[in-house]
Design a protein. Structure first.
Length: 431
């Protein structure tokens, strides 16, 4: 199926390898769009052996002539964005002439970062596991309609007036509720004005530009951050992020009409990982889990925190396919499983004497679920770098085909390593 505008989404708890796939597919597109989250995302690209971690910038930025969009659903730290642009341009990557920053993005302020970190520290053993970058408090201000938006940065007097009110509100909480140091309003204003001078040429009406490109039959790729089960509405609440991470957010977070999308590609690890707290039915808390973590280099690209690892969970994937209207799967990190004698796939949950075949929406129920497994023989030979499906070991193909059968979504792509070239294309999303 030919797809002009596609959504790439993480189908698990994030860290599925979206950055590589977005980068790989951007040789077919004119624009890449980020539509939610903030600099709590971390998309890792490995090109010609060189590793780049992007946090706010869309993964298409490393492709010449591809326009990059930060949609209105993203919360933006101006200083973090400026630093990311500066770092890339120092390394010879042109950014500022190709980046379009939505004027409607909400701004992350130092107050948000302070609140985020202070709250997380105060939770002690009940910490959610946020990155501490102010994402949640920034979304709170957006919903409370007191937030600063990117367009405000272009009007110094308006910015000063609105910031003063926000500063007063948050400093009161920091001082009187959390009993920590406040942040001077003047210092924040100065920092914002400095960033505004650099970002001003990139501020745009992203929705209008995307509509114009669509009318010109341009190919557009919409890049999700985090993963389906970190969605604030559909994830394992409260162990979630503060935005909608499912495919439906691509439209709301960019101002691009929902009927314009043609394809939803779900990036899916051949096993499961998650960072931070929260239920994880197939988690391996033993030497095997540690082996997968080491073999797969399972450490957060933003925080450096180790990821929890477990067997592939078809139950959660069936719900993910439902939530995102998945039309294809991209299976990643197949090579991590190369040396294992036996692989397990969770096909259902046991809960109080009943068998569940769909991921429960109630997190409390999920915490009580026990996985039901079926075992599959491993292949115990290297799949690293294989580029054709027929060259995969028979047992590796059988494992992938069983996943596709259980999830009821065809596999379009298989990733067999971190590089662009370490990829099997079964059905190209762009036809």
């Amino acid at each position: 199926m030919y797809s002009k505008n596609i959504i790439i989404i993480g189908t698990q708890w994030g860290d599925e390898g979206k950055g590589k796939i977005v980068d790989m597919l951007t040789d077919h597109v004119q624009g890449v769009v980020r539509f939610q989250g903030g600099n709590n995302a971390g998309h890792t690209l490995v090109i010609d052996g060189h590793k780049t971690v992007l946090r706010l910038l869309p993964s298409g930025v490393l492709r010449d002539n591809v326009h990059c969009f930060i949609g209105n659903g993203v919360v933006v730290s101006p200083s973090a964005l400026v630093n990311e642009i500066t770092d890339l341009e120092k390394n010879g990557v042109s950014v500022s002439d190709r980046l379009h920053l939505s004027q409607s993005c909400s701004v992350i302020l130092p107050y948000h970062v302070a609140l985020d970190q202070t709250r997380e520290n105060s939770r002690n053993s009940k910490a959610i596991g946020t990155t501490g970058r102010g994402i949640g408090p920034a979304y709170e201000d957006k919903v409370a309609r007191r937030g600063i938006r990117v367009v405000d940065l272009l009007h110094p007097e308006r910015l000063a007036e609105r910031l003063q009110k926000v500063a007063h509100h948050h400093n009161f909480m920091l001082e009187h509720y959390y009993q920590v140091e406040t942040i001077p309003y003047e210092a924040v204003l100065e920092e914002l004005l400095h960033s505004a001078d650099i970002l001003k040429p990139m501020v745009a009406d992203v929705s209008a530009i995307l509509s114009e490109l669509n009318q010109k039959n341009a190919n557009l790729l919409f890049e999700g951050a985090q993963g389906t089960y970190l969605d604030v509405d559909h994830g394992t609440y409260p162990f979630v992020t503060s935005s909608n991470t499912t495919a439906g957010a691509a439209s709301a977070g960019s101002g691009f009409g929902p009927l314009n999308f043609n394809h939803v590609l779900g990036i899916t690890k051949t096993y499961v990982t998650r960072v931070g707290a929260g239920p994880f039915p197939t988690e391996l808390k033993d030497a095997l889990g540690a082996y997968i973590a080491t073999k797969g280099h399972e450490f957060g690209s933003v925080t450096g925190r180790p990821r929890r690892c477990g067997w592939f969970d078809a139950v959660m994937m069936r719900r993910s396919a439902q939530l995102n209207s998945l039309t294809g799967l991209c299976m990643t990190k197949l090579d991590v499983l190369d040396e294992l004698k036996t692989l397990r796939i969770c096909t259902g949950y046991k809960h109080r004497g009943e068998t569940l075949t769909i991921f429960p929406a109630d997190t409390e129920i999920l915490c009580e679920c026990q996985p039901i497994y079926e075992d599959h023989p491993g292949w115990q030979t290297s799949t690293f770098g294989i580029q054709t499906y027929e060259d995969l070991p028979k047992n590796a193909r059988a494992y992938l085909e069983r996943i596709s059968e259980l999830v009821e979504v065809p596999i379009s792509i298989v990733s067999t390593g971190p590089g662009r070239e370490d990829t099997i294309i079964i059905s190209h999303p762009f036809g």
